[in-house]
Design a protein around this ligand. Structure first.
Ligand code: KIV
Ligand code: NA
Length: 277
C-alpha cells in the first residue's frame, strides 16, 4: 500500500472513506497496526498508563515518549504516525512547544504531533508548530492531560456552556492550522454539529460517527486489566491469551515437560567428552 499522507487523509474525508486510527507504543504493536492495514497510528501519551503503569497521562516525559515513538516508527511503513506531546512539554511557551515537536520529528520520525486543548495559549502553540512546518493534530472535548481542571475523566459537551466550548474550540484549532482533529468523549449530537463545519478530518473517540475513529489498542484487544471507558468496544481477549500462554509455560517448566527433546541442541561425542574432562 502507498504511504498515507495528509493529502490522502483529506481525500478520504472528501470521499467519505472512514479513517482508521489506533494507538501503538512499541515495535510489536506498531507491526500489529501496520499488518492490520490501519491508516493512522497514534503514539498516545495513554502509554503512560497502558505500558508504563502510571495512573494518569501527566507523568510521562518527552524522553520516554521519544523511546515509544521511535519504536513505533520502526514498525510502521505505510500508516501516518502521530506522536502525542506530553503534558509539560508545550505549556511554557510557543518556542518550547516548537522545540518539543521538532524532537519528535527529528529523533523519532513522527509524521505529525498531537496536542490537547483549544484555549488561547493552545491556539498559539498550534500556530507556532504548524508554522514550523510540522503537521498538527488537535484534540478537544475530554483532554486527559488537564482532566483535573475539567472535573475528572468525564464526557464534555453535555451542558450548554460545555457544548458551545467544544464547537468553538474545534473551529478555532482548525483556524489555527491544525491538519486533523481528535474529538474525545462528547455526545454524538455535538460531533454532528462540528463535522459539517470543519474542512479537516475529524477522528472521534467516544464521540459518535465522525470522519474516522481511534481507540487504544490494548483496550480493543482486551489487554487492559479492569474497566475501560464505556465507549470502548472489545475485539479480542489477547490479555487472557497472554496469561494462559505464560501460565502453561510455567506449568511445563515445573512439571519437567519443557524443555523436550526438540528444544535442545545436540553435540558431537568429542564435544561431550571434552566437556566431561
Ligand atoms: O493518548 C491517547 O491514546 C489519545 C487517544 C485516546 C485519542 O490521545
Ligand atoms: Na493522548
Amino acid at each position: 500500500a502507498a504511504k498515507v499522507t495528509l493529502q490522502r487523509l483529506a481525500e478520504m474525508k472528501a470521499q467519505r472513506e472512514p479513517i482508521v486510527m489506533v494507538t501503538a507504543y512499541d515495535y510489536p504493536t506498531a507491526r500489529t497496526a501496520e499488518r492490520a492495514d490501519v491508516d493512522m497510528v497514534l503514539v498516545g501519551d495513554s502509554g503512560a498508563q497502558v505500558v508504563l503503569g502510571h495512573d494518569s497521562t501527566v507523568a510521562v516525559t518527552v524522553d520516554e515518549m521519544l523511546v515509544l515513538a521511535g519504536a513505533v516508527r520502526r514498525g510502521v511503513q505505510t500508516a501516518f504516525v502521530v506522536a502525542d506531546l506530553p503534558f509539560g512539554s508545550t505549556e511554557v511557551s510557543d518556542s518550547q512547544a516548537v522545540a518539543t515537536a521538532v524532537r519528535f520529528v527529528k529523533e523519532a520520525g513522527a509524521d505529525a504531533v498531537k496536542l490537547e486543548g483549544g484555549g488561547e495559549a493552545r491556539l498559539s502553540r498550534i500556530r507556532a508548530i504548524a508554522d514550523a512546518g510540522i503537521p498538527v493534530v488537535a484534540h478537544v472535548g475530554l483532554t486527559p492531560q488537564t482532566a483535573v481542571a475539567l472535573g475528572g475523566l468525564r464526557a464534555q459537551g453535555r451542558t450548554a456552556d460545555s457544548a458551545a466550548r467544544v464547537v468553538r474550540e474545534a473551529l478555532a484549532v482548525q483556524d489555527a492550522g491544525a491538519s486533523v482533529l481528535v474529538i474525545e468523549a462528547v455526545p454524538a449530537d455535538v460531533t454532528a454539529v462540528v463535522l459539517p463545519r470543519l474542512r479537516i478530518p475529524v477522528i472521534g473517540i467516544g464521540a459518535g460517527p465522525a470522519d474516522g475513529q481511534v481507540l487504544v489498542m490494548h483496550d480493543l484487544l482486551g489487554i487492559t486489566e479492569g474497566r475501560t471507558a464505556a465507549f470502548v468496544k472489545r475485539y479480542g481477549t489477547v490479555g487472557a491469551d497472554m496469561v494462559a500462554g505464560v501460565a502453561e509455560y510455567a506449568r511445563e517448566v515445573r512439571s519437567g515437560a519443557f524443555p523436550a527433546a526438540e528444544h535442545v541442541y545436540s553435540a558431537t561425542e568429542e564435544a561431550v567428552d571434552a566437556a566431561r574432562s
